[in-house]
Design a protein around this ligand. Sequence first.
Ligand SMILES: Cc1ncc(COP(=O)(O)O)c(C=O)c1O
Length: 392
Amino acid sequence: MKYDFDKVIDRKNDYSSKWNDLQKMFGRDDLLPMWVGDMDFESPQPVIDALVERAKKGVYGYTSTPPSYFESVAQWMKKRHNWNVETDWMVYTPGVVTALSFIINAFTNPGDKIIVQQPVYYPFFRVIEENGRRLVNNPLIYKDGKYTMDFDDLEEKVKDRRIKLMFLCNPHNPVGRVWTKEELTRLGRICLENNILVVSDEIHQDIVYPGATHIPFASISEEFALSSITCTSPSKTFNLAGLQTATIIIPNTVYYDIYKNFIKRLELLNNHVFGIVAQEAAYMYGEEWLNQLLEYLTGNLKLLIDEIEREIPQLKVIRPEGTFFVWLDCTSLGLDPHQLSDFMTNKAKLALESGYWFGTGGEGFERINIACPRIYVTEAVKRLKTAIREIK
Ligand SMILES: Cc1ncc(COP(=O)(O)O)c(C=O)c1O
């Protein structure tokens, strides 16, 4: 392997949320942080080189989005996801969650309803509630260690005419499902028949393990493309979240204009100079790094699963098909959600995201981020094992 993912990088005091907000979020700072959705790895060397070169120029004035920015997205989608995307469907936005907020404001009215599938990335429902819209939950079904969509429940709920949008998480954070073409098609048909615009958050599109294939929702058919908005970004794939760069793909020209006009009203006219440089370098020269990253993450996942099966059989790992998160079923410990959080923080000394943060169905679970040097995974298992032994 050319890249050294074992390298430990000190992220304290570099403003990283994961390492510097421990006291604020967990009440103590002696924890091993495996929460926030970024990686403890350096980005690909071509990205670092491009940023350094640009930084050396010393002039950081107003920056417009060049065609090459959008072309890099189109090229990547074709190469990695076999999806033909036109550059004139794309809009730069400083972040996917920001885009969700813009979409809510551009396409719905106060009091309208939006569907999510809990347990799910909690900013999905935070952004709905903060914008005065109402949440409709179509909870995932958890059976025999696997999550599936509840289509019967969805069919029932979409009868409500106040539902305007569905936030689809594909691949799904935190349960790690990479939805199949059949599942997406069934969901898409239900939404299409009920005039519900599908907002597909595909930020985890590139982190997919062997055996699974990411299918962009909009690539399934022209009908789906025209009734959906896809949110994408290189920030998970290449660890660029601090550069606030995302691309929103809207093939329907009417919807495109609505979104673009909304952005214009916000006077959000410029792009982040380093975001452009980093994204272009990542999509053009980062593939070798990504392939090695996926191999490394697969190794981390195997280690975590094997160790937990062997050493801590009380816990059950939900094997992810995608994302660098692992959803851990801790229900057999018999702790209520707050006791479980307290246990992870104060006994295991791990900073994890508590399952209940992700809404209904998350109680009794914890989310672990494995995008870190392998010694952290080994250390996390050790801490868990010791803490659980003490419960007995
Ligand atoms: C599903 C999902 N969407 C969006 C984000 C955040 O995206 P951004 O930083 O571009 O707002 C995350 C981060 O963990 C995520 O998991």
